[in-house]
Design a protein around this ligand. Structure first.
Ligand SMILES: Cc1ncc(COP(=O)(O)O)c(C=O)c1O
Length: 482
């Protein structure tokens, strides 16, 4: 991490890159933003990008690429089998993780599909620090059950715990004692735990989980999609690792697990995915599913151009200046919002700044979807697109009841190397205004609720006419400003 001090004493994070290709942005007037949000069924996934000013929906597949990544794309070797591109990517992954085998897949959820097929039998459970939406859907679709056993700080919104993504070791011991090896498909650890606010786990915790899994013959699968943030936090927050290089930490994390998988839309700043393992047996167990569902073993559904970019992105992940920029911007944004008394998740994690919608909109019932309402309101008043990560992102229970999520968050993702400081300042300004006018924000109700992964394409409507009243107040305060 670059050590640059300011004469003013301010702690403003500074970009360790310069912008050389730009994309023009458009900020629609507020009445058109209201119309766009209503047409999207109050679901930010259904907005057209042309109607979005700052796209903080996700970091998935939208991280800025480096000049070296772009250059590497032009050497892509487009052959169905045995492409030189594959061997370059395999070499990069072997270097980063020290694992012999690499199985390519078209993105992260494809790895989840293949791994569940390989390691899960109907009726088995999958203990994990916390679920990710697609990981859970693949497990439950196959008749498995997820058991979330994070440490208790995980759900404490304003904790100072540096590793809220840690797994509760005592709870894992109990599950193993109760279910036995046969009752457990595998254990899943998710780096930079997405749905609890991009929170990391420590190397020590991972090693303890690993020890238990190995002693009981249970495969430990690590989702390293958000590895770059987790690497940064281990280096910054775990005293025992402060003198280790980022590469040494990555190797130690890999060594602790049997299988790694990742979304290349996140890890490696490109698009794609894959599975790594040091075990020939696991490689053989998984292998047959790759040509069946993804593509031949040397591309797995990925474009070779993306594979080249991914290989370079993997090396760049070992550069502290590269991986620290996201968490530093997120920390800055979170601290600025705290100054304005906006409820946010602390400590700041990776991936994005997370608004605590339950405290932001305390007057809404959980079944009125506070995080969905907040994401909708924020787009209307700012053109900033965030993502609901709360009850709407859950699957409805089998008995038709609503599974109220332990946390109602709106994630303002900061894709890596994409946003400038003034765009962060603008977002803080608008979130602050919304917080001061929070009483105007009402709830949402379903118009169309799909059964699987409903948050992606379900539609909702406002309860009452709060959105029109919010627009009127914006006009009152901002006049003809966009
Ligand atoms: C932690 C984690 N795992 C898996 C996935 C799924 O990856 P993909 O979107 O490439 O299918 C994501 C995507 O956001 C993720 O954040």
């Amino acid at each position: 991490m670059a050590n640059i001090k300011f004469f003013s004493g301010k702690t403003t994070p500074i970009e360790m890159h310069r912008v050389r290709i730009i994309q023009k942005l458009n900020l629609l007037p507020i009445n058109e933003r209201l119309e766009a949000m209503q047409q999207a069924g109050n679901n930010t996934f259904l907005l057209k990008n042309a109607d979005v000013f700052l796209d903080m929906l996700t970091d998935s597949g939208v991280n800025a690429m480096s000049n070296d990544q772009l250059a590497a794309m032009s050497q892509a070797d487009d052959s169905y089998a045995g492409s030189a591109t594959f061997y370059r990517l395999e070499k990069a992954l072997r270097h980063v993780f020290g694992m012999e085998y690499f199985l390519p897949a078209h993105q992260g959820r494809a790895c989840e599909h293949v791994l569940s097929k390989t390691f899960l039998k109907k009726g088995q459970v999958v203990p994990m620090n916390y679920h990710f939406t697609t990981a859970k859907a693949h497990i439950t679709e196959l008749g498995g059950e997820i058991l979330e056993i994070p440490v208790k700080d995980a759900f404490d919104m304003t904790s100072t715990c540096p590793f809220k993504g840690n797994l509760d070791i005592a709870a894992l011991k109990q599950i193993i004692a109760e279910r036995g090896r046969e009752g457990i498909g595998y254990v899943r650890m998710e780096a930079g735990t997405n749905l609890i606010g991009g929170q990391p786990y420590s190397l020590q915790n991972l090693r303890e989980v690993s020890k238990l899994c190995r002693a009981n013959g249970i495969p430990l699968i690590q989702d390293v999609s958000l590895l770059s943030d987790n690497l940064h936090f281990i280096k910054q927050r775990e005293a025992a690792c402060k003198d280790m290089s980022i590469h040494e930490i990555a190797l130690a994390m890999a060594e602790a697990s049997d299988i790694l998988y990742f979304s290349g839309r996140k890890l490696g700043f490109a698009r794609g995915g894959g599975i790594c393992t040091a075990s020939r047996q696991y490689y053989l167990d998984i292998r047959g599913f790759i040509p069946l569902y993804e593509g031949f073993l040397t591309y797995g559904g990925m474009s070779v151009r993306e594979m080249e970019a991914l290989a370079v992105g993997m090396y760049e992940t070992l550069d502290e200046d590269v991986i620290s920029q996201g968490p530093q911007f997120i920390e800055y944004m979170t601290n600025e919002l705290i100054k304005h008394n906006v409820p946010v998740v602390t400590p700041p994690g990776g991936l994005g700044c997370h608004l605590n919608a339950r405290d932001f909109l305390p007057h809404l019932k959980p079944t009125e979807y506070p995080a969905g309402s907040l994401a909708s309101a924020l787009y209307i008043i700012s053109g900033v697109r965030g993502m609901e990560r709360g009850t709407l992102s859950e699957q409805r229970n089998e008995d038709g009841s609503e599974p109220i999520a332990p946390m109602e968050l709106v994630r303002l993702a900061l894709p890596r190397r994409v946003f400038t400081m003034s765009q962060i300042v603008y977002t803080v300004d608008r979130v602050n205004w919304l917080c001061q006018n929070r009483h105007l924000v009402g709830g949402l109700q379903w118009l169309d609720e799909p059964r699987i992964l409903r948050f992606f394409y379900g539609t909702l409507e406002q309860i009452g006419d709060w959105q029109q009243r919010l627009v009127a107040k914006f006009r009152e305060d901002f006049g003809d400003s966009l």
